[in-house]
Design a protein around this ligand. Structure first.
Ligand code: ZN
Length: 217
């Protein structure tokens, strides 16, 4: 390659070389196995935020988790209106083809998407200038109301409540997919809410009966 790489890509390529040397070569048999096909048991829906990498948090190898990441770790409700339903397509593939046994929705601390949902700061923006985000996080409008009524729209308490509410919303929306609610009722699929903040590095799991998140020991 004659063209000079950007410093950003150069940094990544250096990482790739380390991976080839330290991660790839010692595990050739595992990669060969994965070359034949993937059989992950878990699907994770997480935020695109650079600080919340599910593979790092759960210390997993390639082949273990089927991952969707998007702004605020949202699942839209089951909708058949025309449009490009990327999350729904991934869900369909994970549940019907890969037959994952567990779907985890992983929310996180200091989520910009959740904060924008809380403050509605992007409302009225045109697509490309914040409008796509505003439309996407409008998925949280209903969940936002009780949060605002209790905590207002600013401060960590309000933001964390919104982040937790986002996880509950995605779980509720997952259950609007008939294939998911049927499998959950049959016991062949479990849904779990989780929350991780890089500030303390502690994973929390949602107890759906009480609606609260508890730290994992
Ligand atoms: Zn986020």
């Amino acid at each position: 390659m004659t063209e000079q790489l950007s410093p950003e890509l150069d940094h990544l390529v250096a990482g790739y070389r380390r991976f080839r040397h330290e991660g790839w070569t010692p595990k050739l048999e595992r990669w060969r196995e994965l070359g034949e096909g993937q059989h992950p048991q878990v699907m994770i829906i997480a935020c695109s935020d650079s600080r919340v990498d599910p593979a790092q948090i759960f210390d997993t190898d390639p082949g273990e988790m089927f991952v969707v990441r998007n702004v605020a770790a949202m699942v839209p409700p089951f909708e058949t209106a025309p449009g490009h339903h990327g999350v729904s397509a991934a869900l369909e593939f994970a549940v019907q083809v890969l037959k994952v046994r567990e779907i985890i929705v992983l929310g996180h601390g200091m989520c910009g998407g959740c904060q924008a949902a809380l403050t509605q700061s992007l409302q009225g923006s045109v697509p490309g200038e914040g409008g796509f985000i505003a439309d996407w996080i409008a998925l949280l409008d209903e969940a936002r109301e009780p949060v605002v009524a209790r905590y207002g729209t600013t401060g960590r308490e309000a933001e964390r409540a919104m982040e937790h509410a986002g996880v509950r919303t995605s779980l509720a929306n997952l259950r609007t997919f008939p294939c998911i609610s049927q499998k959950e009722a049959k016991g062949s699929l479990r849904l779990t809410g989780a929350f991780f903040a890089i500030s303390d590095g502690v994973l929390h799991l949602l107890d759906e009966a009480s609606g609260t998140f508890h730290p994992v020991d």
